[in-house]
Design a protein around this ligand. Structure first.
Ligand SMILES: Cc1cc2nc3c(=O)[nH]c(=O)nc-3n(C[C@H](O)[C@H](O)[C@H](O)COP(=O)(O)O)c2cc1C
Length: 201
């Protein structure tokens, strides 16, 4: 039987020193990073920004059509203090990670993303995937559009949170879907929609 590695993340900070206006003004797509490893606190914060639970009813940092939450967030970890390199699935309900692959996948991801160097140079890549079946039951094909919109919400949250932590991020939409799904060993029900490379700069 496979070993399941679950990692409880540090609790997210709910207050910061940078205003929303400052994060909006300073947000840029950053493609060069320092070699410094990201702290687990900062990784926790980025994942929380993407899909963290912020209400007793399970509502999250990003809106979701019908609160059906079709998105799955994955962390492709390379340089994170105290975290083994590998691929992890973010679990919003418990603010935790479950390891799905036990080795660094940034290089393969970089090749699948048309050799865009920020994907391999990043300390981590955050991959936003969607399981359309969670939303098309209610909304039909329009649910697919909603999932794309939700990925945009989540990605913007990550970029803005990154600004407030001194973390540069770059949204990456140009990649080979099938290769990314294989590299990440995504379940057949999930499609990769978006990659965000991230690191201190
Ligand atoms: C849907 C989408 C896909 C993108 N894909 C890529 C990409 O594959 N590679 C990349 O370097 N930047 C990508 N970008 C970032 C844009 O190039 C960037 O947002 C644009 O140049 C404006 O710069 P700014 O984000 O710094 O304001 C993408 C942006 C969006 C919204």
């Amino acid at each position: 039987m496979d070993r399941i590695i679950g990692i409880e993340l540090p609790a997210p900070h709910l207050k910061g020193d940078v205003s929303i206006e400052e994060t909006l003004t300073q947000r840029r797509s950053i493609r060069s990073y320092s070699d410094k490893a990201l702290s687990l606190n900062d990784v926790s914060q980025l994942l929380w920004a993407a899909q963290g639970v912020t209400s007793d009813y399970g509502f999250r940092t990003a809106p979701s059509a019908g609160a059906l939450y079709p998105l799955e967030i994955y962390l492709v970890a390379g340089r994170v203090t105290g975290l083994e390199s590998g691929v992890y699935n973010y679990r919003p309900a418990t603010h935790s990670l479950v390891q799905t692959i036990g080795s660094d996948r940034r290089n393969e991801l970089y090749r699948a993303a048309l050799s865009q160097s920020q994907v391999k140079d990043a300390a981590v890549d955050i991959v936003i995937a969607a399981d359309y079946s969670r939303i098309t039951g209610k909304y039909g094909d329009r649910g697919i559009r909603y999932a794309y919109m939700e990925a945009g919400h989540a990605a913007q949250n990550v970029q803005l949170q990154g600004v407030s932590l001194g973390i540069g991020t770059c949204p990456v939409g140009a990649f080979d879907d099938e290769k990314v799904a294989n590299i990440m060993s995504l379940p057949a029900s999930q499609d990769a929609l978006y990659i965000l490379s991230a690191g201190y700069f």
